[in-house]
Design a protein around this ligand. Sequence first.
Ligand code: RIB
Length: 288
Amino acid sequence: MITVIGSLNMDLISIVDRYPKLGETIIGKEFHQNFGGKGANQAVAAARLGSSVNMIGRVGEDSFGTQYLSHLKNECINIDNVEPVTQTSTGISSITITEGDNLIVVVPGANYELTPVDIDACKEQIESSNVILLQLEIPMETVARVLEIASNKGITTILNPAPYQEFPSEWWDMITYLTPNEHEAEMLMNSPSFCEKYKEKLIITKGKQGIAYHKNGKDIFIKAPEVQVEDTTGAGDTFNGALSCFLDKGYEFHDACYHAAFAASLSVTKFGAQGGMPSLQELKDFTG
Ligand code: RIB
């Protein structure tokens, strides 16, 4: 079983021909409203591939929150610990897409209401998981509390360090794997808390090139298959959800990364963060 502790955002997406300059107004081509948020995206990616998934998070008591809860139920995700809060609205992301690339501004709203005390109230659910999956769209002290509980029980923890923020040095020993993209990896390796022994914890997502990690002194590279790109939003989330799924299923580390990289490639062939996340059968048909 996988538990994802993280954000749930409504993605408000504008498709444009080009990005506006600072202070400029431009006319967009299309608008879409899709389910997003790194936490929920990763939960959906794992659930579509057949994992049993718990989500822990917060939404607002508003229509985005209500829509999100029923969406997660339809995706067969346990939402016993996704509670609506009254003091603020559901998180949103303003996403601008042009030529398959994106710019994202996240307004966390209810996501920032998930506290360490809330985590203590879900301790049993966390402790009964095989894999814990985290990102950085909820408060840092909440992430820290989850890591303490999980690492005390020896549970595999995966931190997707996005959006990038510096974290305390004691986190390194509580995290099994970190999954930065190339920019985040550079910042992590330049951070004061980084030392060489942590290199083997990094699984670096390199967009259309694939995945890189370091094992027994060697750099290992998994090439991503070539696909027709429709929208790259959520590719990293698909990788994280799929990686958790395959580690939970007991795949050997390299195989888990390989299958997760293929799932991420498939995800960019359709529109929306969750739109292209494959089922297990779709992934099998793709990997052959
Ligand atoms: O990783 C993509 C996600 O980042 C989007 O769905 C958006 O909500 C932001 O959280």
